[in-house]
Design a binder for this molecule. Structure first.
Ligand code: RB5
Length: 150
């Protein structure tokens, strides 16, 4: 399974830890940067991760900034359901019920060990479909209906 990973300058250290963690578990990680601690803009990297997942370069994505901004950018890419999770329960349910395809968290909010637990729960969970599909479809319909809205 391929995982797209992207971050801003606040999350470089955490991104590197997460990359190592995922690679040790056998995932292929595609790194969309940034790989510098120079101040940069999280929307650039949120869009890269979103595009990678939306166009099939990666199966799932991981987006990390200081708090939440990168998730906002990611969710602007058509087809992306990015959820900010600061604990494993929400992460797990975001896969099972909401079919989240990008996980986000804040490097200023949680520590690396928590980030690993969250990511592991998220990756081990499976979308349940069934009654949840109608609601996920409704969410994606909002995107379709509003694609030309300003
Ligand atoms: C960068 O200073 C910071 O604003 C960014 O990482 C993120 O927290 C934005 O939501």
């Amino acid at each position: 399974m391929k995982i797209a990973i992207g971050n801003d300058h606040t999350a470089l250290e955490m991104k590197n830890e997460m990359k190592k963690f995922l690679e040790e578990k056998g995932y292929e990680v595609i790194d969309y940067g940034t790989n510098s601690t120079e101040s940069c803009d999280y929307p650039v990297y949120g869009e890269k991760v979103g595009n990678a997942v939306a166009n099939g370069e990666a199966d799932l994505g991981l987006a990390i900034c200081g708090t939440v901004g990168i998730s906002l950018a990611c969710n602007k890419v058509k087809g992306i359901r990015c959820c900010v999770c600061s604990e494993p329960y929400t992460a797990k349910l975001s896969r099972m019920h909401n079919d989240s395809n990008v996980l986000a968290f804040g490097a200023r909010v949680i520590g690396v060990e928590m980030a690993k637990m969250i990511t592991e729960e998220w990756l081990n969970a499976e979308y349940e479909g069934g009654r949840h599909q109608r609601r996920v479809d409704q969410v994606m319909d909002i995107e379709r209906r509003n694609q030309n809205a300003l």
